[in-house]
Design a protein around this ligand. Structure first.
Ligand code: MN
Length: 441
């Protein structure tokens, strides 16, 4: 059995009047939920999410059950927001971890399963190194991942509170999931953005390394965030792996973590290619050849075999080379045609923009802006933001323009104009433009 020890803390902070965060510290399940939505919405969303999540996990306490429980919590919050006009548009983040049986492993093997939706985070402190396990589902973090913003710009970005994924916004939600083999000494941190917006990873790592007791570490993290300003609700859970399961006791920590989505824990910096000593093309006249040899002979053992054959360009070789160039040229043209013939609607900063090309580019072809719209992220439904971040492909420029026009219309509550939707108004939830996913102070 893997033994865990945990501590947790939640605090309203120094600016907000209500704590919309919710914490769950109930072995073997741990979670943080950061509610959002005006009036009572945020509080209701985070509380409902934790209740539904905890109940669903109890019914199926496995790694798959954990992900299913997050989806169940999503549905519970969504249904409630549909049935209660005062709660319309509410949502919540959910970052959770649970100790579960390793379904594919040996008898008694256990895993720490982690799920995430939104911009609360899970970190792992292992061997004094702090690693962020989860990706933030927020506009600015997605821009950082796509290279549009630096981490420094993101930290002070005015729209850093906009989340692109949350529980309760739509009946279905995509849940990020990962699992790791617990190793004795591991320390897991779950926290809401009220912590990381105030203190950086270095300071978080410092506190987690210095304070051995998980409750003391939780309290200290909250105290530091408050001291820095406490602009938001602050919630942390610290979970220590005190003793790992039987199969892990002798295992090397290096093999500990796995992440299906690839990234945080997989090996980094292994791509440095050893550049072998290639023969360098030298001038072929005698003088050059001799100079070259003179330079090289003092270092006879350094390089690999240096075959020096006379280079004779035969007519056949010339023809062959030209053919190869032709084939390559044809392939380049075909790729160019493929990469640039389509259009997609995406975001440039906060502006809705029509690009020519493929979302994210294709090989060396980067998409280029074909048309800029007057819309910004605050003019479209929150539920469209993720599509826009990823880029919505359209077969033609005209189709892309129609899509943009529909974005504006659906946000203003008017029927769409695209073919097929002219007769019937879209059955989209009547979210007003005021129900964005921005946290309301
Ligand atoms: Mn928050």
């Amino acid at each position: 059995m893997t033994a865990l020890r945990s501590g947790s803390a939640t605090d309203v902070g120094r600016v907000r009047s209500v704590n919309q965060d919710r914490v769950l510290d109930a072995y073997p399940l741990f979670a943080v939920a950061d509610g959002m939505g005006g009036h009572a919405g945020g509080e209701v969303a985070s509380r409902m999410a934790i209740e539904a999540f905890s109940e669903a996990f109890d019914g199926d306490p496995t790694a798959t059950g954990l992900t299913a429980a997050a989806r169940r919590a999503n549905l519970a919050v969504w249904e409630r927001s549909r049935s209660d006009a005062g709660l319309r548009g509410m949502g919540t983040t959910l970052t959770a971890a649970a100790l579960v049986a390793d379904e594919g492993g040996a008898e008694g093997d256990e895993r720490l399963a982690v799920v995430n939706v939104g911009d609360s985070r899970a970190y792992l402190l292992r061997a004094s190194r702090l690693t962020q396990l989860t990706d933030d589902h927020s506009l600015v973090e997605e821009m950082v991942r796509s290279g549009e913003l630096t981490a420094e710009q993101a930290a002070v970005h005015p729209q850093r509170h906009i989340v692109t994924r949350a529980l309760g916004i739509e009946p279905e939600v995509e849940v990020d999931a990962l699992a790791l083999h617990p190793v004795a000494g591991d320390r897991l941190l779950l926290c809401s953005d009220g912590l990381v917006n105030e203190i950086g990873d270095a300071e978080i790592g410092e506190v987690l390394t210095q304070l051995e007791d998980p409750q003391a570490a939780s309290d200290e993290l909250v105290a530091r965030a408050r001291a820095h300003g406490g602009g938001d609700n602050i919630t942390v859970v610290v979970v220590d792996v005190v003793a790992a399961g039987a199969a892990e006791t002798a295992a090397a920590p290096a093999s500990g973590a796995e992440e299906p989505s690839g990234g945080a824990l997989s090996g980094k910096g292994t791509s440095a290619m050893a550049t072998a000593a290639h023969p360098i093309a030298r001038p072929t006249d005698q003088r050059g050849e001799q100079e070259a040899r003179a330079e090289e002979e003092p270092l006879p053992t350094e390089a690999g075999p240096r075959a020096r054959r006379p280079r004779v360009l035969t007519a056949r070789a010339v023809v062959f080379s030209l053919l190869v160039l032709l084939v390559i040229g044809g392939a380049v043209a075909a790729v160019g045609w493929f990469a640039t013939r389509s259009y997609y609607v995406g975001l440039s900063g906060h502006q809705v923009v029509i690009y020519q090309g493929r979302p994210g580019g294709f090989l060396w072809f980067q998409p280029r802006v074909a048309s800029r719209s007057a819309l910004t992220t605050s003019d479209v439904l929150p539920s469209r933001l993720l599509d826009l971040r990823q880029g919505t492909e359209e077969p033609s420029l005209a189709a892309a323009h129609r899509y943009v026009a529909n974005l504006a219309q659906e946000a203003s509550g008017l029927p769409g104009t695209s073919p097929g939707t002219t007769s019937a108004p879209p059955p989209a939830p009547p979210l007003g433009t005021t129900t964005t996913l921005t946290r309301v102070p």
